[in-house]
Design a protein around this ligand. Structure first.
Ligand code: NAP
Length: 414
């Protein structure tokens, strides 16, 4: 089929069968080679530099898909967008080192080094804390999901709040579904999309600690906001969030995962958690806080400092339980943005106002920093850290790079 002079390229693709459309790869790609439509995530062969930054952050491994292709026959984006499954490797004759199987040839040395660096956290994603427990991932697939039973569905926001945020408890019965704080699970909403295909998996952070929402029960909890509008504020019904928020006790839910090997908490005594979140981004912070509360008496372990942003107290998930936690156990800093008659406060404003204590934590090599929630807060928080660091003789870029490299800086924003 090809002549000896044809250039064979290693084309990077994304497996549409496994991909859970979490957008991690698109956010990670430094050259904007990855894009998506409502159906598939795809890689532009003309832009992809094979830097491998996207490989290790992908929770499912869908990103690690390759085909050896004559350069002039590389699959175009328009074709990839229509795929339901990856095409088989085409036969390539007279091309040394290129086989017909699904496995790509060995990586060149320089690429192997980049891939290894990425896995070690010097590339796109931070390694987990050195003392994190071993996470299990991909135990349940779309083809063989775990079936959980809803054992509770409680509204967390005030009755008059604009958002309906729910605490949903799923019981796994006899199925083994081990999760760690910071991991996510995938929900398969029933029904078909506009193309007649099953809905894509939607990811939610686990809001309970590893030993269950109720200790020694085989259950976990999620924090889910009913989505009723899109990012531009136009009316839009979120498929999975509305499905979850409407669930009744006893209903069955198909669950895949768990996912996540990086956004995990340290296990060693004396480790500090600096947690910054907005809205439902509080889910993993609740899981970590509850883990520490169950494990150690107040004041007997490292420090917990939380910055939590919401529109008002009534919109803040877990407001009641949070405010009842002892001060010596957790240092809580709330930022409300829409309280009538009060100036708008964001988490970054509270970080600035607590500069001295935040910098003290940043200087401590036992501090682990977690950021979760709205994508928009990343920039503001970054600026606040840069600001307070420079006023206290630190260079935030250096601090941040060190934190990342040491598995002490974890971000999950959407
Ligand atoms: P929200 O209610 O829309 O916003 C929460 C707070 O953040 C509000 O006070 C808001 O202020 C403020 N905010 C807006 N822009 C900001 C900025 N640039 N910097 C700092 N604060 C800002 O939040 P939400 O709808 O719950 O969103 C939470 C996010 O977490 C979603 O993107 C969700 O996908 C993500 N998440 C959810 C989970 C989960 O398991 N459910 C897990 C991880 C992440 P305004 O008054 O200005 O709006």
């Amino acid at each position: 089929m090809t002549t000896a002079t044809t250039t064979i390229m290693r084309q990077h693709l994304i497996d549409p069968e496994i991909c859970i459309r979490c957008n991690t790869c698109e956010e990670t790609c430094p050259v904007d080679a990855i894009s998506h439509d409502s159906r598939n995530y795809v890689v532009d062969a003309a832009k992809c530099k094979l830097c491998y930054n996207c490989i290790s952050p992908c929770p499912t491994g869908a990103i690690d898909s390759w085909r050896n292709m004559p350069a002039d026959l590389a699959y175009p984006l328009a074709e990839q967008l229509l795929w339901d499954t990856l095409p088989a490797q085409i036969a390539l004759d007279a091309s040394p080192g290129v086989g017909a199987g699904d496995t790509a040839p060995a990586l060149p040395d320089d690429v192997q080094q980049i891939a290894a660096a990425s896995t070690a956290g010097q590339g796109g994603v931070a390694p987990p804390p050195w003392s994190a427990a071993h996470p299990y991932v991909n135990l349940y697939s779309i083809q063989q999901p775990a079936v959980a039973t809803v054992s509770g569905n409680f509204r967390l926001t005030a009755e008059d709040a604009s958002s309906d945020i729910r605490h949903i408890v799923l019981d796994f019965g006899n199925a083994s579904f081990p999760v760690l704080e910071g991991q996510t699970i995938g929900i398969l909403a029933p029904g078909l999309d506009a193309n007649g295909k099953p809905h894509h998996v939607r990811l939610y952070s686990v809001a309970s600690p590893r030993d269950g929402e109720r200790p020694k029960y085989n259950n976990l909890s999620l924090t889910v906001k009913r989505v009723t509008e899109d990012h531009e504020g136009k009316p839009a019904q979120g498929i999975a969030s509305n499905y979850l928020c409407d669930l009744k006790k006893g209903d069955k839910v198909n669950v895949v995962g768990p996912y996540g090997t990086s956004f995990l908490m340290p296990n060693h005594p004396g480790s500090n958690l600096l947690m910054i979140c907005t809205g439902t981004g509080s889910a993993p912070m609740r899981a970590m806080t509850e883990r520490r509360r169950r494990k150690s008496a107040p004041g007997e372990d490292g420090k917990l400092m939380l910055f939590f942003g919401a529109r008002t107290a009534g919109e803040l998930p877990y407001f009641g339980p949070l405010t009842r936690l002892p001060k010596e156990f957790i240092d809580i800093n709330l930022a409300f943005s829409r309280v009538p008659g009060q100036p708008r406060q964001y988490v970054q404003d509270r970080i600035r106002s607590r500069a001295e204590d935040v910098v003290r934590l940043l200087k401590d090599e036992n501090t682990y920093l977690y950021l979760c929630g709205l994508k928009g807060m990343e920039k503001g928080v970054d600026e606040a850290f840069a600001d307070i660091c420079s006023r206290n003789g630190l260079d935030w870029k250096v601090v941040q790079a060190t934190l990342l490299q040491q598995g002490r800086y974890h971000v999950e924003t959407y």
